[in-house]
Design a binder for this molecule. Structure first.
Ligand SMILES: [Zn+2]
Length: 302
């Protein structure tokens, strides 16, 4: 069975033992780096990719917030995007591969509407609506095809539907290829938060220890100076030195889940949790809220 990241979350007791593990690291600088990761991930819920790209300018000391930018040009690798960014760009391009149905809709909207001048107004309108709904991601991909069919039904100017569909398909395939290439090129150059919701502000003054680690870290550095593997190494080292938690019990992602569990236990409602963690789905937040043992306990006492 696939383990959900929620299941890699540390309890309060385990998290304290993890922090103790960080403090056991001999090297003073590495110790501060481990603690910085522990609190930015394990209490503020930042992703490894975000910590990796963090610099001083993200910290709004006056309002006690970390502002994660909507996009940032990654120059971590001597002016070039770092390995993390290259990998995630590739993954993202793979994931965002348009389906043929989506490409058909794009082609109709962008290329064919002009050519099919005699398309009646109401059909044009239907097309535009289907297009907008699909861009917003609210239209089930599988239903785009039936949508197109019903639109063609209402369109007298498309006499030979099979011919029309065939040429539409070949245009859609080409469109999809071009689009993928463009996306890959664009992503290669930039670091981007994982989802459009990922750009967000995270308050940190509710956790004084996180605030102290931020201060200490940005006294040492202007920006996070290492690659992703360093985050993993600091976390592993701290887990090794922890008395309570083992190496396989947690990960940088598990630390983020730890923060979500903690905030759910403190009574943060799902919509706020979603915003703080930058999840695209509210269900992820609801999952943390509904499974919080502290919450059930409180409800029982009430
Ligand atoms: Zn990068």
């Amino acid at each position: 069975m696939v383990k959900h990241s929620k299941e890699y979350a540390l309890s309060r007791h385990e998290f304290e033992s993890f922090v103790e593990g960080c403090r056991q690291i001999d090297d003073e600088v590495q110790k501060q780096e481990a603690l910085f990761i522990a609190f930015t991930a394990g209490r503020l819920g930042m992703r490894a990719g975000e910590i990796l790209h963090m610099d001083k300018s993200w910290v709004d000391w006056r309002n006690r917030m970390i502002d994660i930018p909507s996009q940032d040009t990654c120059t971590k690798n001597e002016g070039q995007p770092c390995g993390y960014c290259k990998r995630s760009a590739k993954e993202k391009a793979e994931r965002s591969k348009m389906t043929l149905a989506e490409a058909r809709l794009e082609v109709i909207q962008n290329k064919l509407l002009g050519q099919l001048e005699s398309i009646p107004g109401h059909v044009r309108k239907q097309l535009s609506t289907a297009h907008i709904v699909s861009i917003n991601g609210d239209l089930d991909v599988s239903s785009i095809d039936s949508q197109i069919n019903s639109i063609l039904d209402g369109c007298e100017t498309v006499k030979d539907r099979e011919d029309f569909k065939e040429s539409l398909d070949s245009m859609a395939k080409q469109y999809r290829e071009e689009n993928l290439k463009e996306e890959e090129d664009m992503l290669e150059k930039q670091w981007k938060p994982k989802t459009k919701n990922a750009s967000r502000s995270i308050p940190f003054d509710w956790c004084p220890r996180a605030e102290i680690q931020l201060e200490k870290f940005f006294t040492l550095y202007d920006e996070f100076p290492y690659s992703q593997s360093a985050i993993q190494r600091r976390v592993n080292k701290s887990l090794e030195l922890s008395v309570v938690v083992d190496k396989q019990d947690c990960s940088p992602h598990g630390l983020r889940a730890t923060a979500a569990t903690e905030l759910a236990a403190r009574g943060i409602p799902a919509p706020t949790l979603q915003q703080l963690f930058g999840w695209s789905q509210i269900s992820t937040a609801q999952n943390y809220v509904s499974s919080s043992p502290e919450r059930s306990q409180k409800q029982l006492y009430r």
